[in-house]
Write a protein that binds this ligand. Sequence first.
Ligand code: ADP
Length: 175
Amino acid sequence: MQTMITLIKGDITKMKVDAVVNAANSSLLGGGGVDGAIHRAGGPAILEECRQIRAKQGGCDTGEAVITTGGQLPAKYVIHTVGPVWNNGNKGEPELLAKCYHNSLQLAVEHGAKTIAFPNISTGVYRFPKPNAAEIAIKAVQQFLANDNNITEVYFVCFDDENYELYKEKLAVLP
Ligand code: ADP
């Protein structure tokens, strides 16, 4: 089945999808940016579940993902993934960023989530160059979707104009 890839400009906490992805940090204890927005809008249940995961496995490594419920969000699940901090690009950052998208989609599939929304992971405080990050995100999602799965819709939710324009350009030229 053909999966729809849709570009949205706005706030990911408003998305009515099966799963929204959070750009978390490895502590899973919340932070600023999209992480702060998700915990604020989703309520304390999400943080409590994150604490339980942390107690069990000691947080989440860069490139990996964990799942909680959506708390009070319209989304059923939150998939928390930890993007790489940009450090000149020679510490495996591109591969780690691609893993965030791949592992988030994998976790969605494992939980029967068919619609998923991504923020622009690592392009805030973690300073990953936006054009580069957009290319990696789109490619990683396309590669995942090329294999058999039940995902029906993937949303790229851009909060800032720069990311939105970049994704618009890059998605327009897709075959
Ligand atoms: P990171 O630490 O991975 O860089 P940030 O949260 O600092 O995470 O930034 C990641 C991206 O999330 C940025 O492009 C930022 O503009 C975006 N962002 C911030 N708030 C929201 C929101 N409510 N919905 C969607 N994206 C958001």
